[in-house]
Design a protein around this ligand. Structure first.
Ligand SMILES: [Mn+2]
Length: 410
C-alpha cells in the first residue's frame, strides 16, 4: 500500500484560527481583501495549471479560480467577520471545466458562513470604500485582480490609506502548527516512496526525463496532482546547472544523477534532493563529494537553532565546505582565503523556509524560532570535476534544535 493524499485536507478549525490570529495584528475599521487569482494564459485559449495564491489559501483553504476573501473588522470588534466570494454553480460551464464548489461546500472547507457569489463583489467593495474603511491587502500578490482593485482605489481618495499586511502574514506563515507539520510530513512520505521506486529503476543509459517521468508519475498516482515544483533530473555535467530545464540526455555509466523533487499534501510542499550514482556505485571522487556534502548538512543542522538566521547557517556551512574542498585539493592548500574561493563551488543558500510555498514566505533577517520548517540543501559544484550536486532534507525546528522530517540519504 502506498500513501494516498488525493483527499488530504487541513481541518477547518485551522483556517478559523489563522483568521483570528491575523485579526489581532490588524487595526479597527479595516477590510483585508485577498485574491485566489487566475491561472496565467500560456497561449490563446490554453492556460497553465491553477494554484490559488498561497496567502489567500492559508486563510480559507479554497482552491478555486478568482475567489476572493474579505475580512472586515468593524467598530469595537476584536475579530474579523469573514466573507468569501466564489463563482455560482453553472452546469453549462461545468461541462467543460469541472464541478465548482457550492456555497455549502465552500463554507464547510473554510468555516466561513457568509459565502456570496462573485457578482456581488464590486458593490460590496464600493460599500466598504464608501463607509471609509481602511483597505488592507497583500502587496506581494501580483495578480490582475489585485492590480484591478489598486486601479479602482486610485480613483478614490482612499488609496493612500491602503495598508500592506504581507509582513504580518509572513509572521504567521513562518511558524507551522502541528497540523501543518503533519501535512508536510505526509508530503515528504509521498516523495520518499517515489524516490524508492526511482532507485529500483536506475540504470546506466537511461534518459534524465525517464527519472522525471517515474517520480512525477508515482506522485500523481498517490494523489499529488500538483508537485511543489517541476522535478529536476540532471545527469553527468548537467548537474552543474542548478535548475536544469531540459532533461533529455542519456545518463552514461559512471555518472551521477541529481534529483530535486517534492510532492504536495493538502497544498503543503516537500523538497528533497538526492544524488545517485546511476550504476549504483559511487567512484572515489563522487563518494568524497557526497561525504563532504553530508558533513556540511551536519554542520547546518547544528547551526539551525533558536536565535540563528539564514546568514549564520550559511556562514557556518561554508566554513565546513571550504575546509573540505581544501582537503580534497580542489582549493589549493596555499590559498590564503579558502572561504572566499569556496564561493566558486558553493553557489546557493544552504536553506530556505518551506510550507505552502516551496520557498516559503520569510524575512531573510528573521531570527529562527521553534515551529519553523526548513529545507536544508548544501550543494557543492566542481566544474573542474565535471559534476556537482546537493543533498536536501527537510527539518523542523524544535526548542532544542533541528529535527529531520525526512530520512537522510546515506
Ligand atoms: Mn530546496
Amino acid at each position: 500500500m502506498f500513501t494516498d493524499v488525493s483527499h488530504y485536507a487541513i481541518d477547518t478549525s485551522e483556517y478559523i484560527n489563522r483568521r483570528n490570529m491575523l485579526s489581532a495584528k490588524v487595526g479597527a475599521n479595516t477590510a483585508v481583501i485577498l485574491f485566489a487569482g487566475h491561472a496565467p494564459v500560456a497561449s490563446l485559449d490554453e492556460s497553465y495549471p491553477f494554484l490559488a495564491n498561497r496567502t489567500f489559501y492559508y486563510f480559507c483553504g479554497i482552491e478555486q479560480e478568482d475567489s476572493v476573501l474579505i475580512l472586515t473588522k468593524e467598530g469595537e470588534k476584536d475579530l474579523f467577520t469573514p466573507h468569501l466570494y466564489i463563482y455560482p454553480r453553472e452546469p453549462e460551464k461545468e461541462k467543460w471545466t469541472g464541478k465548482r464548489l457550492s456555497t455549502e461546500e465552500a463554507s464547510q472547507i473554510s468555516g466561513i458562513k457568509d459565502v456570496r457569489v462573485l457578482e456581488q463583489l464590486k458593490s460590496d467593495i464600493d460599500d466598504i470604500i464608501s463607509r471609509g474603511m481602511i483597505i488592507a491587502w497583500d502587496e506581494s500578490d501580483n495578480s490582475h485582480a489585485r492590480a484591478h482593485l489598486e486601479h479602482e482605489l486610485a480613483k478614490t481618495d482612499r488609496f493612500d490609506s491602503a495598508t500592506d499586511i504581507s509582513g504580518s502574514v509572513t509572521l504567521l506563515r513562518v511558524i507551522k502548527s502541528p497540523a501543518e507539520v503533519d501535512a508536510i510530513r505526509t508530503a515528504i512520505r509521498v516523495t520518499e516512496e517515489c524516490l524508492e521506486v526511482l532507485e529500483q529503476n536506475l540504470r546506466p543509459g537511461m534518459r534524465e526525463c525517464e527519472a522525471t517521468a517515474i517520480l512525477e508519475g508515482e506522485m500523481i498516482k498517490r494523489g499529488s496532482l500538483f508537485q511543489s515544483f517541476s522535478t529536476i533530473a540532471a545527469g553527468g555535467e548537467n548537474t552543474l546547472c542548478l535548475h536544469y530545464p531540459t532533461p533529455k540526455a542519456l545518463i552514461p555509466d559512471g555518472a551521477m544523477l541529481q534529483i530535486d523533487t517534492g510532492a504536495r499534501a493538502g497544498g503543503y510542499c516537500s523538497d528533497i534532493s538526492r544524488a545517485y550514482a546511476v550504476n549504483g556505485k559511487r567512484d572515489s571522487r563522487q563518494q568524497a563529494l557526497f561525504d563532504l556534502i553530508c558533513e556540511c548538512k551536519k554542520t547546518a543542522l547544528s547551526a539551525i537553532h533558536p536565535g540563528a538566521t539564514i546568514e549564520s547557517v550559511n556562514n557556518e556551512t561554508r566554513k565546513t565546505a571550504a575546509a573540505g574542498l581544501r582537503e580534497l585539493g580542489v582549493i589549493s592548500k596555499s590559498e590564503p582565503d579558502a572561504l572566499a574561493v569556496c564561493k566558486n563551488y558553493y553557489w546557493h543558500n544552504t536553506l530556505h523556509h518551506m510550507g505552502l510555498d516551496v520557498h516559503d514566505v520569510c524575512d531573510r533577517e528573521m531570527v529562527f524560532v521553534p515551529g519553523m520548517v526548513f529545507a536544508v540543501e548544501p550543494g557543492i559544484y566542481i566544474p573542474e570535476w565535471g559534476f556537482g550536486f546537493r543533498v536536501e532534507d527537510d527539518v523542523y525546528l524544535a526548542e532544542d534544535g533541528a529535527k529531520y522530517l525526512s530520512h537522510p540519504q546515506s
